[in-house]
Design a protein around this ligand. Structure first.
Ligand code: ZN
Length: 368
């Protein structure tokens, strides 16, 4: 054989091989396809009708009838009985949003009001907030109060100082929520990894690399533990007020500690929005925890996306193993189904919501 032909043949063999030999794959790109063959279930609708207590419809006041009808159709497809819009704002804007979303489907949508922290720090602010919240609930029909994580992290008072979650100038608001019989869904802090060094040991490294503004450590603000302590002091000071601690209180990596919080404060509930990845990676611990505290956990999703709800149903209802979470930068690890007992599913899906959110229609849920 002549030399050029031999070289050409060698190239035919090694060329494709070299293309398949990549020694340098970045962590961001590494996306192995599992060779594991185990049963898979795409659960597109929940086993029982459920209430999503954590959704955001910031534009409710300008929503068109067709958009609301589409939402209700999608909810029907997932067996979602009720959706809670936590972003109701207040005053006229709240009233318009409630009219748009609840007007045509009165039993299917619930709206929570929000506080406007502009001018916070004066007695007038506190008096105004109390008057506004009472009006939002009694006149406009809000059925809860949602507090964003900005409280404690970004909100400043009229003097430019950070407002702590347990600032006493908010006590009248928490007390009023208790008096009105509405729950306060409160989001404080963020995943603990955001306060850790952004290095090879941080399990949130990929998220911090892709979303650098989420890294809290260099900002010099309150620590993760500071924020949780402030929030827990609010729970302690207002035993007559029902609080829904959003995102499992960011304690899902330490469910034992969340259990202690529930034991200490009977007025505290929580919801699973956007932390499914922490439950699905500890199926045995999570199953035992959710069974023990089935009276305290509600279903929540946060960002609305139909296909993503399917992961919640799959994680709660199946025994599937080693499947992906829907957002790799939140969790580059795999999830496992918890195979929750029916009684636990019913509590998380609707029974607890029926108990603590006023005005839900029991006819939407199984009698028993
Ligand atoms: Zn949210």
């Amino acid at each position: 054989m002549k030399l050029p032909i031999a070289l050409m043949l060698l190239g035919l063999v090694t060329g494709p091989l070299l293309a398949q030999d990549r020694d340098h794959v970045t962590v961001e790109d590494y996306d192995p396809v599992t060779l594991l063959k185990v049963p898979e279930h795409d659960v597109t609708a929940a086993k029982y009708p459920f209430v999503d207590v954590h959704s955001h419809w910031f534009g409710a006041s300008t929503m068109r009838p067709g958009e609301v009808d589409t939402l209700i159709q999608e909810m029907d497809g997932m067996n979602m009985a009720v959706i809670v819009n936590l972003s109701g704002w207040s005053g006229e804007r709240l009233a318009e949003g409630i009219e748009n979303m609840e007007g045509r489907h009165p039993s299917r949508v619930v709206t929570f009001a929000n506080l406007d922290f502009e001018g916070f720090g004066t007695d007038a602010w506190t008096r105004g907030a109390v008057r506004q919240l009472r009006e939002d609930v009694e006149l406009h029909g809000a059925r809860g109060l949602k507090i964003y994580k900005s409280l404690g992290m970004r909100t400043v008072d009229v003097d430019g100082n950070r407002v702590a979650v347990d600032d006493p100038r908010l006590d009248a608001v928490w007390a009023l929520a208790g008096e009105l019989g509405i729950p306060v869904l409160i989001h404080s802090a963020d995943p603990m990894g955001f306060w850790l060094p952004k290095d090879e040991h941080n399990e949130k490294w990929l998220e911090l690399k892709l979303r650098p503004q989420r890294w809290m450590l260099p900002l010099g603000g309150p620590s993760f533990e500071d924020l949780l302590a402030e929030q827990h002091r609010v729970f302690a000071r207002h035993p007559e007020t029902t609080f829904i601690n959003a995102h499992l209180g960011w304690l899902a990596p330490d469910l034992g500690r969340l259990g202690e919080l529930f034991d200490r404060y009977p007025n505290v509930y929580s919801e699973v929005g956007a932390v499914l990845y922490d439950l699905g990676r500890q199926p045995f611990t999570a199953r035992a925890f959710l069974t023990k505290y089935k009276d305290r956990i509600l279903f929540g999703k946060d960002a609305y996306a139909v296909a993503e709800y399917h992961y919640y149903f799959r994680t709660f209802e199946t025994r599937d193993e080693y499947f992906d979470y829907y957002r790799k930068y939140h969790a580059q690890w795999k999830l496992y189904g918890l195979d929750l007992p029916d009684d636990v599913l019913r509590h998380i899906y609707y029974k607890n919501a029926l108990r603590i959110i006023p005005g839900l229609d029991p006819a939407l849920f199984p009698a028993e």
